[in-house]
Design a protein around this ligand. Structure first.
Ligand code: SAH
Ligand code: SF4
Length: 371
């Protein structure tokens, strides 16, 4: 028997539909799925034996075929501004990162969908690391569970410390489609984490077939990482643009936007890099490109990392770029950098696993209590 088939099913990432199908096979009523999901995601129970309103027979059956296994937290760091960053071990053995950003009246959790990323955007440290592995649905939704458990204690006065989830950590969500969708479903399900569909955002660098698949699957919020107003420049920054150019990307997004209804729009992310894409002509071109595309624009001043070869523009340049777009009638926000002292900013998430040797050494040190 192979290693994979011997492993127990991890029920942490099981959606309501999956539970209903399994319970039917076991001759149980579908409503039991509601009880089980609440135990797992509301009460954070890991042991079937503790699910007191479920028959012993069913509890034993479930324990035999599966388990509830949360990913292991390797380290948790807290910034002076309250931002938190967790290094979490994936089943593949590598590490991924998750970041929580507290703001007035809301808390945004930035979760990973893959370890590393194959798409190699020129300004992204995750991309520089290359692709390592897909996260399972359990590992993606497990990040929300880990954060909720911690943050409900840190912010007991808040109804919910995690109000928003963005899939903007490591990886390209649409290249790990099924696992991301299952996890997103659990984040939005009242029996799961009950986060509104407006507040769960999938961010893509432009995997166009994935956006078409999304149309059939979900109505979560969508962000696209544009970063350039023309194909020539975007080909350099976001290589997947050579396969799916801007026109195709915007067309797919317009179709997806129909899922969102009247009041919701797609977010366009634009990382501003000094001397590369932040000149007045770029702002003018961007305004023209997005003229008939209902959206809000989120500017991200480039977050430097060693060896990137790029620089962050001055705050004056960032402001000027924003003002030009506002002047052209767009709704524009600039993301402020948070958690600088713990390297928690967008594009700085590398999982600290740049090479295998270093990773093994690190785990040995952790095991020895040195880290
Ligand atoms: N793969 C997805 C989601 C993860 S990246 C995507 O590309 O959309 C989340 C966001 O951070 C993207 O908009 C990405 O382009 C941006 N980003 C990556 N590296 C960055 C850096 N060094 N500085 C600022 N933003 C960066
Ligand atoms: Fe991958 Fe997104 Fe980084 Fe590009 S920006 S390399 S798609 S994680």
């Amino acid at each position: 028997m192979s290693e994979v088939t011997e492993k127990k099913v991890n029920f942490l990432g099981y959606t309501k539909a999956q539970w209903e199908a399994l319970l039917e096979q076991l001759g149980e009523k579908p409503y039991r799925s509601q009880q089980i999901l609440k135990w797992i995601h509301h009460r954070y129970i890991d042991d079937f034996a503790d699910m007191s309103d479920i028959s012993k027979r069913l509890r034993d059956q479930l324990a035999e075929i599966g388990e509830i296994r949360e990913p292991e937290v390797i380290t948790e760091k807290v910034s002076t501004d309250g931002t938190r960053k967790w290094l979490i071990r994936a089943e593949s053995g590598s590490a991924m990162e998750m970041v929580f950003i507290p703001e007035d009246g809301r808390g945004t959790l930035c979760v990973s969908s893959q370890v590393g990323c194959a798409l190699d955007c020129s300004f992204c440290s995750t991309g520089k690391q290359g692709f390592n592995s897909d996260l399972t649905a359990s590992e993606i939704v497990g990040q929300v569970r880990i954060a909720r458990k911690v943050l409900e204690k840190v912010y007991p006065d808040r109804v919910r410390a995690v109000t928003n989830v963005v899939l903007m950590g490591m990886g390209e969500p649409l290249l790990n489609f099924d696992n991301v969708i299952a996890a997103v479903e659990l984040m939005m399900d009242d029996l799961g984490y009950g986060i509104s569909k407006r507040k769960v955002t999938i961010s893509t660098s432009g995997v166009v077939p994935g956006i078409y698949k999304l149309i059939e699957t979900t109505d979560a919020s969508l962000a696209i990482s544009l970063h350039a107003p023309n194909d020539e420049l975007r080909n350099q920054l976001v290589p997947i643009n050579r396969k799916y150019p801007i026109a195709d990307l915007l067309e797919a997004c317009k179709k997806y936007a129909k899922n969102l209804g009247e009041k919701r729009v797609i977010t366009v992310e634009y990382t501003l890099i000094d001397g590369v894409n932040e000149q007045p002509e770029h702002a003018a071109q961007l305004a023209k490109l997005l003229k008939d595309f209902p959206c809000k624009i989120n500017l991200i001043p480039f977050n430097p990392f060693p060896g990137s070869g790029y620089k962050r523009p001055s705050s004056v340049a960032v402001r000027a770029f924003q003002d030009r777009l506002i002047g052209a009638g767009f709704s524009v926000t600039t993301r402020t950098t948070r958690g600088e002292d713990i390297n928690a900013a967008c594009g700085q998430l590398v999982g600290e696993v740049a090479d295998k040797t270093r990773r093994q050494e690190k785990y040995q040190r952790i095991a020895a209590g040195a880290v």
